[in-house]
Ligand binder design. Structure first.
Ligand SMILES: Nc1nc2c(ncn2[C@@H]2O[C@H](COP(=O)(O)OP(=O)(O)OP(=O)(O)O)[C@@H](O)[C@H]2O)c(=O)[nH]1
Ligand SMILES: [Mg+2]
Length: 378
């Protein structure tokens, strides 16, 4: 049995002498601190208080670790002892948990078993972190037993929902016409430059470019510059009526890319103009270009408004700039359009890839930071 005893004296030397006399030379100091001793009911004289033990196993609780017999023992009177530090940490943790409970935040440890923390399992938490919508989570996990879930199972469940189309396929006897539409600045022109370069330079196909983005001089110049670098012909079209003639001029091409002006989905006149272009082009494949950095609500709105025209594919851009990818899954659930390509940077032509469901699913699952307990607001 070990003894822990308290000794009070005016100086540390006196207190240590008391310890030595009582517990012997091998005594272990557990804690030292300054205390104010009450004299006649008021705070009065400052005393040194030493807690000591004859149990050497308590050594680990002591700080600093110096033998009591040494006259060089310096009391850590002002510093909190290890025990005090631990007590403080426990108090802080208790306060943090209480605060989280008040805010209604479910605290989920990263390795918590399924069913932990108020009925929520870690896969639900992981999908939420990835910004997957609640309804999508429910539908995705609905029929799957929790016990049978793992990261790879979750990944394949997600992959099953991410339809992909593969690369643009060419057709015999006539050019394949591919039009990119989408909101402003998502990367339509850059993606056309990347794809045109891949088809022209790597696959040695005959490629033509048409732009109907004549609202900004810079926009025409941007595509013209790429056409010169890649060495493919370009036609600039000022109204939808001119489109069929431009396509006829490219009758000998394998593939014709049509670049369009970025449209606000909220401007129905602009959307109407794009729709007219689609109708003029007739047999053309429309790829809706979406940025993975756009939030889900806005993406829903964009897809819905652009659905005024026939949409055949989705291209996800700026994957390199996004930290969560749940929005791709959300859109796939609501509008199951096959994904053709993803882009991962500004470099032309390198930063474009044919979309692969498994890779995208692994981004949804793994692109998230580990679940962390948030620091409560002060
Ligand atoms: N980080 C990153 N930037 C990209 C990517 N794709 C395009 N960009 C950049 O996004 C910016 C806009 O690209 P554009 O190709 O001009 O976009 P757009 O959709 O044609 O724009 P508008 O014609 O104005 O509607 C440029 O700075 C591109 O370099 C990508 O995958 N990752
Ligand atoms: Mg553009």
């Amino acid at each position: 049995m070990s003894n822990i005893r308290k000794y009070q004296a005016k100086t540390i030397t006196e207190a240590l002498a008391m310890v030595r006399a009582d517990l012997g030379r091998d005594a272990v100091i557990v804690q030292t601190r300054k205390v104010n001793k009450k004299v006649l009911g008021v705070w009065g004289r400052e005393m040194v208080e030493v807690w000591a033990s004859d149990n050497p196993e308590l050594e680990s609780l002591r700080r600093p670790q110096k033998p009591v017999s040494s006259t060089s023992v310096q009391p850590a009177a002002e510093e909190p002892s290890r025990i005090e530090q631990l007590e403080n940490e426990i108090q802080n943790l208790k306060a943090m948990i209480a605060q989280l409970a008040r805010q209604g935040v479910a605290v989920v440890a990263d390795n918590a078993p399924s069913g932990a923390a108020g009925g929520e399992n870690r896969w639900t938490a992981l999908l939420r972190e990835a910004e997957v919508e609640e309804a999508v989570i429910r539908e995705l996990l609905g029929s799957t037993a929790e016990a049978s879930l793992s990261e790879s199972v979750l990944q394949s469940l997600i992959a099953d929902r991410l339809a992909t189309s593969g690369a643009i396929t060419l057709q015999e006897g006539q050019p394949k016409v591919v039009m990119l539409v989408g909101p402003t600045g998502v990367g339509k022109t850059t993606t056309i430059a990347k794809l045109a370069a891949q088809y022209a330079l790597l696959q040695k196909r005959r490629v033509g470019l048409i732009t109907i983005d004549t609202y900004r001089i810079a926009a025409v110049e941007q595509l013209r510059t790429y056409s010169q670098i890649i060495d493919v012909p370009i036609r600039v079209v000022y109204s939808s009526n001119e489109l069929p003639a431009a396509v006829r001029e490219f009758a000998s091409m394998d593939i014709v890319f049509v670049d369009t002006a970025g449209r606000s989905q909220r401007n129905s006149m602009q959307i109407g103009e794009l729709k007219a272009c689609c109708e003029r082009l007739g047999d053309c494949e429309v790829h809706l270009v979406l940025s993975s950095t756009t939030k889900t609500r806005d993406l829903y709105d964009i897809v819905q408004r652009f659905s005024a025209m026939p949409l055949h594919r989705v291209i996800w851009t700026k994957l390199d700039e996004s930290t969560t990818f749940g929005n791709m899954l959300n859109v796939a659930f609501k509008h199951p359009l096959p994904i053709s390509y993803v882009t991962t940077g500004q470099r032309v032509p390198e930063d474009v890839e044919v979309a692969e469901a498994n890779k995208l699913a692994s981004l949804v699952v793994g692109g998230v930071a580990p679940v962390q307990i948030l620091t409560p607001a002060a």
